[in-house]
Design a protein around this ligand. Structure first.
Ligand code: SF4
Ligand code: SF4
Length: 98
C-alpha cells in the first residue's frame, strides 16, 4: 500500500511555528536575499503562493540554500503536528540520520 504524500498547510499559523529562519543551514546570505520576497508574500494569502523561501516542508525546495549545516525540523511543532519524517526539506527532503 502506498502512503499519500504528506502535505503541510500553507498557513501563517504554521509559518509562525517554522524554525527554518533559526537554522544554521538557512545561511545569512539567503536570509538577506529572500527577506523582501518573504515579507511581500506574508502581506498576502500565503496559501495561494507556489513558493516561499521558508516553511520548506510546505513550499518545497529552496532556491537559495545549497549546503547541509544541520536541520532543526525535528524540533518544530509543524513537524510533530503533521507527522513529518524527513529532514532538510529546503534541499528537497531526505531521511534523517539516526
Ligand atoms: S518542519 Fe522544518 S520546514 Fe517545516 S515548518 Fe518546521 S522547521 Fe520549517
Ligand atoms: S528545512 Fe531543516 S535544514 Fe532546511 S532550513 Fe529548515 S530547519 Fe534548516
Amino acid at each position: 500500500m502506498t502512503q499519500a504524500p504528506k502535505t503541510v498547510a500553507k498557513t501563517k499559523e504554521n509559518l509562525r511555528k517554522c524554525l527554518c529562519m533559526k537554522c544554521p543551514t538557512y545561511t545569512f546570505m539567503c536570509k538577506m536575499k529572500n527577506m523582501p520576497g518573504n515579507m511581500a508574500a506574508m502581506m498576502g494569502d500565503i496559501g495561494k503562493k507556489d513558493h516561499m523561501e521558508a516553511m520548506f516542508c510546505a513550499f518545497g525546495k529552496s532556491k537559495c540554500i545549497d549546503e547541509e549545516k544541520g536541520c532543526i525540523c525535528m524540533t518544530c511543532a509543524v513537524y510533530t503536528e503533521n507527522n513529518l519524517d524527513k529532514a532538510y526539506y529546503c534541499l528537497g527532503g531526505k531521511m534523517p540520520q539516526m
